[in-house]
Design a protein around this ligand. Structure first.
Ligand code: SF4
Ligand code: MG
Length: 331
C-alpha cells in the first residue's frame, strides 16, 4: 500500500547572504532526505539540534518550500500546492510543537482554540455540534470536559500539550508531525503523553512523524527510527534494529548518551561515548562523511568519499564506510 507520507530526496533550508554585497547562498539544512510513513505507523526522526529535523517538519506541513525533491502525500507530490488544495492538505497533516504555550493563543479559551479549526475547515463539525465535540475531544485526551472555558495558562505543561493534541485531532488528520512534542515535559509526564498518543493511534489509525533529539524517549514508542546528522539520514531501521544493532558511530554515540535507556546504562558507566568537536555548520559542511570531524573511527577514505545510505549486509541501511559489527559494549 502507498505510504501516507513519502519524502523523496528532499533538499530544503534557507537562503543566506554572505557579506554586504554577497550572493545569496542556499543553506541546505536538509541535504537529500528520503523517508516514508505508512498509515497508522510511528516513525521517529532523531538527531541533535541543528541537524535539520525541524526543517523536515516544516517542509512536511508545507510551511517551507523545498529547494528540490518531493513531499508526497498518499502518493501525490504536494510541494507547491496552493489555495484550496493546500488548505485540504493542511487539514490532513497537523503539527504539534514543543512549546504548547507558544502555539496556543493565550487569549482564547480551550473551546475557542479547538473550534477555531472547524471555522477554518468548514464541513467537519457543524456549529451547533461544536460544544459537544469539544467536550468529547477533551475527554478523549484525558482532560476534564468541564474546563472548556478555561485559558491555556490555567493548565500545566502536560495538560497544555493535551490541548494541542485535541486541537490537532479536531480536524481528523491522517498524519501528525510532533516536533519535540514531549521534550519540555518531565519524564513522567512525557510517558503519559506518549501513552495517550499510542492510544489515539490505536483507536484512530493516525500516523506520526515524531521528531526528537532524545533517542531514550522513543524506544517503546517508535515502529521505525531514522537517525539524522547534519542534513542527512545516517541510519534507519526498525526500532529494535536501531537499539540492538546500531552500526553508525553517531547512532552509537546518541544511544550511549541516552540515560533513560536502561539497557545502555552499563555501557555508559563503562565510559560513555562523548563526541568531541563542534557540530559543523550546514553552511559549510565537511567534505566526505559529514561526521568525520567528530568520528573516532574516521580514516582517510571518510575525509573524501561521502558514504551512501545502503544496506551493508546487516539488515538495515547505514551511511558509513566502516559500520560496526561488534556489540556496542565492546567499543
Ligand atoms: Fe566515521 Fe568514516 Fe563511518 Fe563517517 S564513514 S561515520 S567518518 S567511520
Ligand atoms: Mg528543532
Amino acid at each position: 500500500t502507498t505510504p501516507v507520507l513519502e519524502l523523496v530526496d528532499l533538499v530544503a533550508g534557507y537562503r543566506s547572504r554572505h557579506g554586504l554585497l554577497g550572493r545569496r547562498n542556499e543553506v541546505r539544512a536538509v541535504a537529500g532526505v528520503s523517508l516514508s510513513v505508512s498509515a497508522g505507523e510511528t516513525v521517529c526522526l532523531v538527531g541533535e539540534s541543528g541537524c535539520g529535523k525541524s526543517t523536515v517538519a516544516r517542509a512536511v506541513v508545507s510551511l517551507l518550500r523545498p529547494f528540490s525533491g518531493e513531499v508526497r502525500f498518499d502518493g501525490r507530490n504536494v510541494t507547491g500546492l496552493k489555495g484550496r488544495e493546500l488548505k485540504n492538505l493542511r487539514r490532513q497533516v497537523q503539527l504539534v510543537f514543543q512549546d504548547p504555550y507558544a502555539s496556543l493563543n493565550p487569549k482564547m479559551t480551550v473551546r475557542e482554540l479547538i473550534s477555531e479549526a472547524w471555522r477554518i475547515h468548514p464541513g467537519i463539525v457543524e456549529p451547533d455540534g461544536w460544544d459537544a465535540e469539544v467536550a468529547r475531544l477533551l475527554e478523549r485526551v484525558g482532560l476534564n470536559p468541564g474546563h472548556a472555558e478555561r485559558y491555556p495558562h490555567q493548565f500545566s505543561g502536560g495538560q497544555r500539550q493535551r490541548i494541542s493534541i485535541a486541537r490537532a485531532l479536531a480536524v481528523r488528520p491522517r498524519l501528525i508531525v510532533c516536533d519535540e512534542a514531549v521534550s519540555a515535559l518531565d519524564v513522567s509526564i512525557q510517558a503519559q503523553v506518549l501513552t495517550l498518543l499510542r492510544e489515539l493511534q490505536r483507536d484512530l489509525g493516525v500516523a506520526y512523524l515524531f521528531i526528537t533529539h532524545d533517542l531514550g524517549v522513543v524506544r517503546h514508542f517508535a515502529d521505525r527510527v531514522a537517525v539524522m546528522h547534519l542534513g542527512s539520514i545516517v541510519e534507519s531501521g526498525d526500532t529494535e534494529q536501531i537499539y540492538e544493532h546500531a552500526e553508525h558511530p553517531y547512532t552509537r554515540a546518541l544511544l550511549s548518551a541516552a540515560p533513560s535507556v536502561e539497557d545502555w546504562r552499563d555501557d555508559a558507566e563503562n565510559g560513555e561515548i562523548v563526541l568531541t568537536g563542534d557540530v559543523p555548520s550546514p553552511l559549510n559542511p565537511p567534505p566526505g562523511c559529514r561526521f568525520h570531524t567528530r568520528c573516532w573511527k574516521a580514516q582517510d577514505r571518510c575525509r573524501t568519499e561521502e558514504p551512501e545510505l545502503l544496506e551493508r549486509g546487516t539488515g538495515h541501511p547505514v551511511a558509513c564506510h566502516f559500520p560496526a559489527t561488534d556489540p556496542v559494549a565492546a567499543m
